[in-house]
Design a protein around this ligand. Structure first.
Ligand code: ADP
Ligand code: ZN
Length: 212
């Protein structure tokens, strides 16, 4: 089978999670979100989850060693969609090495483009399902306010979605994660997508870019 190891990257609030859910449900990707994994690990009370929470709860990146070891356990053999990983150069190198062990490589990178101001506006109003991680916002509102359409669990505002922490995360994105786009551009595998459009339109552009 043709391998697909796709990275979806972009500023906080650009819609990585929303688009990943669409690609998972319609095209059978394994959605690998390090952010979701950290939240689940914390909810379960694992030692890794409690350690990682010290960082993400203040809007900082979790150390590379923790993040890389967690990711390693979840990479599948085909059709990986990496959401929120890599975010630093050491993570990008570790990912290349992990894939190379089984003769694989990153096939495409989707770079979602959104301004800082729009991102902050979206983050301020978004709500997340505590159970399944589905994200709601102005473009996708729950049928019953404050409860998830999919699993009926309550929706919350993520602890790191306050304006102050969101600003910290966005600054870190610009300094640490955005430079990775250059690395992948040199391989000619980056697709820049306008993320200010409604989710279905963004999804249509991604599907075309990935030739799905
Ligand atoms: P967002 O993209 O809005 O920051 P995520 O759910 O992807 O949301 O990530 C939430 C938090 O989890 C991040 O702010 C960070 O602390 C931590 N995290 C997720 N992925 C990584 C990673 N690859 N490296 C370090 N920390 C990460
Ligand atoms: Zn849910």
């Amino acid at each position: 089978m043709e391998q697909r190891n796709v990275i979806i990257t972009g500023i906080q609030g650009a819609g990585k999670g929303t688009q990943s859910e669409i690609l998972r449900d319609k095209y059978g990707f394994k959605h690998i979100s390090t952010g979701n994994m950290f939240r689940i690990q914390y909810a379960c009370g694992s030692s890794l989850g409690i350690e990682a929470h010290k960082y993400w709860s203040i809007g900082a990146l979790v150390p590379d060693s923790i993040t890389i070891s967690l990711l390693k356990r979840h990479l599948s053999t085909d059709k990986n969609l990496l959401d929120g990983f890599p975010r630093t150069l050491p993570q990008a190198q570790a990912l290349d090495d992990m894939l190379l062990e089984t003769d694989r490589f990153i096939t495409q990178v989707i770079a979602l483009e959104l301004s800082d101001e729009s991102a902050l506006q979206r983050i301020e109003i978004r709500q997340t399902c505590i159970h399944c991680g589905t994200v709601y916002g102005s473009a996708k509102q729950p049928a019953l306010p404050n409860f998830c359409d999919i699993c009926t669990a309550p929706l919350i505002t993520r602890a790191d979605d306050t304006t102050e922490k969101a600003r910290t995360r966005i600054a870190t994105y610009h300094s640490q994660t955005k430079p990775l786009i250059q690395l992948y551009s040199a391989r000619d595998i980056v697709h820049h997508i306008d993320a200010s459009l409604p989710p279905e339109q963004v999804a249509a552009h991604i599907v075309r870019a990935l030739k799905l």
